[in-house]
Design a protein around this ligand. Sequence first.
Ligand code: AMP
Length: 282
Amino acid sequence: MHIVHSISDLRAVLGPLGRPAFVPTMGNLHDGHIALMRRAVQLGEVPVASIFVNRLQFLPHEDFDSYPRTWDADCERLAAAGCQVLFAPRERDLYPEPQTFKILPDSQLADLLEGEFRPGFFTGVCTVVMKLFSAVFAGKTSGIAVFGQKDYQQLMVVRRMVQQFTLPIDIVANPTERAPDGLALSSRNGYLSASERAEAVALSRALRTLGEAAKAAGDALPAQREALEQAARAQLNARGWQTDYLSVRRRSDLLAPKPGDALVVLGAARLGPTRLIDNLEI
Ligand code: AMP
């Protein structure tokens, strides 16, 4: 596996190689990330990963400084999964000067759910993804990027960005990897104490229960949705969580569902200081 830090070294390594199949990450890799990497390898292109903790997508009070960094283990796991090139820019490689040009995503999609509770988050995500894409895919006529469904709204925002800027990049979605008890794998799970870890599965259970209630409501869902969501939030909060949202949306645009729409349930909640997100297509 080639490990490169600067954009010029990345371009030198990728130049003679074929189409990249690219997996952007913030490191502290777990089986969810590795599943994305394996998917990239299966695609038969040049498997490329990046590790970069992107300051731009963290709010001032969030965990940028304490975000877990596990460089040696990450390198080992990526190499074992078949990664051919690892791009690990330093801050000065991606942001040599303050990033004053930014990608402003469609507010209809990016200002709700995660965007409501983490204002500016998707601007930070889109801006860094655009910079990573321009570093990795420079000089290529096309490529592939693999994202996890764990970050459902992020995946939709990135897809729309790629579509609106007509980037020649196919976005491939990989399903959410879970622990045996159902907890979605996340770098932030490492923040949980033993008792919090045991409780953490309640988030995916709450999504499942809300999803079942939404399905049972059938055509009455639009009328009942808010009450169902409120009950789900109250139940999770009663267990000691602070719920940002638990919501049934339509898959196409994450707006309120109408009868017949394909549905997804999305949630974000804090357990102690740790904020977890998850979702379930139903
Ligand atoms: P992150 O390092 O958290 O920025 O995530 C990098 C990529 O891994 C994103 O595309 C995430 O959606 C994806 N990812 C994170 N956790 C999981 C998971 N449990 N299952 C599948 N993909 C995941």
